[in-house]
Design a protein around this ligand. Structure first.
Ligand code: FAD
Ligand code: APR
Length: 404
């Protein structure tokens, strides 16, 4: 391994921190530079819509590594600076402060950004999004009992924010364009359970209701939807994210729904790698996917780091994800596609159940609600491409670990 090799990482998030950790544990003797446009060293985002926003998680715990870790790993953090262009011939990156930095290997770990609400009035003061520490802090200041919150988007962000706000005594309405909650990522059993859960906590949910405008004079006071008007003191829009792949596109890298990478995290340029939310990669079932999860950022960064130092190993981990809403933990593993067969295990009314998914008799997914053993076994079954009869999966008298 060349000891004077320089690896530059663009983006100071979950994937960046993991790449440095892997390089360090592999004994990489060169130097690493992280360029991050936020003012913070890499931090974890999941608590921003959960315990941190609720005030139950101290800020220091958000940071993924202590400051000393970067110095010990021979990693320079250049924060509050944006990478503006990549010159692939010169192997340099232009930065927003007018400087430039050269690389031998480059890792694009630029993540994703929120999709702006594409309706009139969306720029009014009082319309918020949630991606960063600063966004979460801004929302926390609005958690006043009795305040009216309209949440646009019944996905993870919207529902987690709704749960925290409701626990703080706000009047919350969720506006969702589709006919069920979390439709992008969860099965109908899960959507139905979460609708009941939130309504049971006193949240109003409008399905089949796309937001059409934000209303108000000097600040937002309502959201107009295809199903009526929702009064609001403030609005949180959680309508999905878009991959930050412009640097790659402008540099001529192959990009389609994210920066295209192979199973080693390598882009169409042999010296440039990418990991995390900004990528589109070959998944365990062969199809290309863009995942938005901590697991993907961590595992892909590990594999990209190994490949950058000449120790390639293909990324084949089973995807997993979680969401915390009230006292309910949802854990998901695998990739479910249209046409897969869903098998319910347990009773949703007991607030402890799971849904297994089969494709051609093979377990390809599990969604577990307060059912960690089902989730753990499900992950193993998916990794092993195991065949389990639907009757067995659905039979709660058979303990989860005997399903394997
Ligand atoms: P990021 O963590 O987004 O980091 C990318 C960084 O690059 C950002 O700081 C960005 O500003 C910076 N950047 C972009 N372009 C440039 C540039 N040109 N120059 C310099 N810097 C740049 N996942 C789960 O698995 N479970 C959860 O429960 C969960 N909850 C979440 C809750 C919230 C509120 C949010 C926002 C996300 C949540 N996620 C969750 C998703 C998870 O946090 C992301 O998948 C993960 O952060 C992706 O890591 P990343 O390194 O790819 O990108
Ligand atoms: N009006 C109402 N609902 C809308 C509109 C609209 N105009 N546009 C989109 N939606 C709905 C979608 O139907 C979807 O259910 O917003 C929801 C967005 O859900 P997700 O795609 O899951 O996105 P989001 O909740 O913003 O989460 C983004 O953050 O938790 C992390 O990594 C995780 O991928 C997730 C990311």
């Amino acid at each position: 391994m060349v000891s004077d090799m320089r690896i530059v990482i663009i983006g100071a998030g979950q994937a960046a921190a993991q790449a440095v950790a892997t390089l360090s544990s592999e004994g990489f003797a060169g130097n690493v530079v992280i360029i991050g446009d936020e003012p913070y060293p890499p931090y974890q985002r999941p608590p921003l819509s959960k315990a941190y926003m609720a005030g139950d998680f101290v800020r220091e715990r958000l940071f993924l590594k202590p400051d000393a870790f970067y110095a010990e790993s021979n990693c320079e953090l250049r924060l509050g600076v944006t990478a503006t262009a990549i010159d692939r011939n010169a192997k340099t990156i232009a930065l927003s402060d007018g400087s430039s930095v050269g690389y031998d290997r480059l890792l694009l770990a630029t993540g994703a950004r929120v999709r702006p609400l594409p309706v009139p009035g969306a720029n009014l003061p009082g319309v918020y999004y949630l991606r960063s520490i600063d966004d979460s802090d801004a929302l926390q200041r609005h958690l006043t009992p009795g305040a009216k919150l309209a949440v646009v988007g019944g996905g993870y962000i919207g529902l987690e924010v709704a749960a925290v706000a409701r626990k703080h005594g706000l009047e919350v309405t969720v506006i969702e364009a589709m006919d069920r909650l979390m439709a992008r990522t969860a099965s109908p059993h899960i959507s139905a359970f979460y609708k009941d859960l939130h309504e049971g906590h006193g949240i109003t949910i409008h399905l089949n209701a796309a937001a059409t405008s934000c209303e108000g004079q000097s600040r937002v006071d309502a959201v107009a939807t295809s199903a009526g008007r929702v009064a609001a003191d403030f609005v949180v829009a959680g309508i999905g994210v878009m991959p930050n792949c412009e640097l790659g596109v402008e540099a001529g890298l192959q990009c389609e729904n994210g920066i295209t990478v192979d199973e080693f995290g390598q882009t169409s340029d042999a010296c440039i790698f990418a990991a995390g939310d900004c990528t589109c990669h070959p998944s365990i079932d062969g199809a290309r996917v863009r995942l938005e999860s901590v697991q993907n950022a961590i595992d892909q960064a590990k594999h990209a780091a190994l490949a950058m130092i000449g120790k390639p190993a293909p990324y084949r981990e089973v995807p997993w994800f979680w969401s915390d809403q009230y006292d309910i933990k949802l854990q998901i593993a695998g990739l479910v596609r249209a046409g897969d067969i869903a098998v319910l295990r347990g009773n949703p009314a007991a607030r402890k159940f799971s849904v297994f998914h089969l494709r051609d008799g093979v377990v390809v997914g599990v969604e577990a609600v307060n059912a960690a053993p089902d989730y753990i076994v499900g992950r193993k079954l998916i990794a092993a491409r195991a065949r389990v009869a639907p009757e067995r999966l659905g039979d709660v008298t058979i303990p989860a670990k005997q399903l394997a």
